[in-house]
Design a protein around this ligand. Structure first.
Ligand code: 3PG
Ligand code: MG
Length: 405
């Protein structure tokens, strides 16, 4: 299903390797700290395979212009908790400073480079991989390494230079493990299958949902977050201006398509019955039909919705979650996400269901609530996982296939 050379297939001993993981994390911007990051933990675990190599880490955090677009110094600090290899950081990507530090790096040491998206060109995509190979960053760094380890599963859908631009690519430990679970989900998963959809990036999630329905790979879409808002607004259910604003662009492009899809699969698309707003610091449960009147941001799924989603999960043998159903970072909006993750964990414990949580945010939530080891698997991929489960050959998968050493 996936065609690649694994890190296990090469001799890493004494080699200098560049690892490109996805450690994009949930940042507490006010306190300048990282919230529990399953992605950084995964990197710590992956590093165990590279103890006899000199390891340089190249990764990104967020996007230019976002509040959580930070230096990777934070990540380097956090990584120290999860590895006993010495970890250092350099505030450079491929300038003289970085190059010198890479050249001096010893076996058994780890060097984290600065957020690669601080280099403008990284924020562009290159469908033609050979174009990316010519870029200055690739040209400057490629000669310094024996192997390039593609381990950014969470960013596998981004055809950005650091992901697909290296001359040869080898799949790293995180990617290899992710592929194993993706293969399980793609290859005849046990039915019924539910997908819990939350968080942002509404249109991407809607498209993935539609694709999976059309290919008979989905029985229930439990819709929350902005995807639910998008579908409800398309159907003429007014959720209030602050909600509508967040999906307006997507709505104008996809409205007719959403209406048609809903018409076709309305038995299977489960929309919220109630949502939560912040009423002077208290959770207030609002029926869907009253949302317009309150005209406030909804931050979580309500009691009835939680009950209905839980009951459906009890019937399912495969459950995939992508994106949190609520803004769980805020105490007041936390309950829905916690209950849904608990329902998934129960489904595995009681029903032996395959439960997979996807997306950096949802993984963080599972850690926060203590369920990380009670679901079948926590994927480090959100959008990437969705695209792969939609049958798309994402750029990283294609690059691994085309750039085998
Ligand atoms: C993510 O967290 O979704 C990945 O790291 C990719 O980030 P991006 O959506 O900003 O490209
Ligand atoms: Mg993300």
């Amino acid at each position: 299903m996936f065609d690649y050379v694994s890190y296990k297939d090469v001799d890493l001993k004494g080699k200098k390797v560049l690892i490109r993981p996805d450690i994009n994390s949930n940042i507490d911007v006010q306190n300048k700290s990282i919230r529990e990051s399953p992605r950084i933990q995964a990197l710590g675990k992956a590093l165990e395979e590279f103890k006899e190599s000199a390891v340089v880490i190249m990764a990104h955090q967020s996007r230019p212009g976002s509040k959580d677009f930070t230096s990777l110094k934070l990540h380097a600090e956090e990584l120290k908790k999860y590895t006993d290899m010495p970890v250092n950081f350099v505030d450079d990507i491929f300038g003289e400073k970085a190059i010198q530090r890479i050249k001096d790096l010893k076996i058994g040491e780890v060097l984290v480079l600065e957020n690669v998206r601080m280099w403008d060109t990284e924020n562009k995509t290159f469908e033609d991989f050979s174009e990316a190979e010519k870029l200055e960053m690739i040209q400057a760094l490629a000669p310094l390494f024996d192997y390039f380890i593609a381990d950014a599963f969470g960013a596998a859908h981004r055809a950005q230079p650091s992901i697909i631009g290296w001359p040869k690519l080898i799949a790293g430990p995180t990617v290899v493990k992710e592929f194993e679970y993706m293969a399980k989900l793609l290859d005849n998963p046990e039915k019924p299958i539910a997908m819990l959809i939350g968080g942002a990036k509404a249109i991407d999630k809607y498209k993935a949902m539609k694709f999976n329905f059309e290919n008979d790979r989905l029985d229930y879409a439990l819709c929350a977050g902005l995807t639910a808002i998008l579908i409800m607004e398309a159907l003429g259910i007014h959720t209030g201006e602050p909600n509508k604003k967040a999906i307006e662009k997507d709505l104008s492009k996809a409205k007719d398509d959403i209406i048609a899809t809903y018409e076709k699969y309305k038995q299977n698309i489960i929309l919220p019955k109630d949502l939560i707003i912040n009423d002077n610091g208290n959770r207030k449960n609002i029926e869907i039909n009253d949302l317009e009147e309150y005209n406030a941001v909804t931050g979580d799924i309500g009691e009835e919705t939680t009950k209905e989603f839980t009951n459906i999960m009890k019937k399912c043998k495969t459950i995939v979650a992508n994106g949190p159903p609520g803004i769980f970072e805020e105490e007041i909006f936390r309950k829905g996400t916690k209950d849904m993750i608990a329902a998934m964990a129960n489904s595995t414990i009681e029903n032996n269901s395959l439960t997979v949580i996807g997306g950096g945010e949802m993984g963080t939530a599972a850690e926060m609530f203590g369920y990380a080891d009670k679901v079948s698997f926590i994927s480090t991929g959100g959008g990437a996982m969705l695209e792969i489960l939609s049958g798309i050959e994402v750029p990283l998968v294609k690059a691994l296939r085309e750039k085998k050493p």
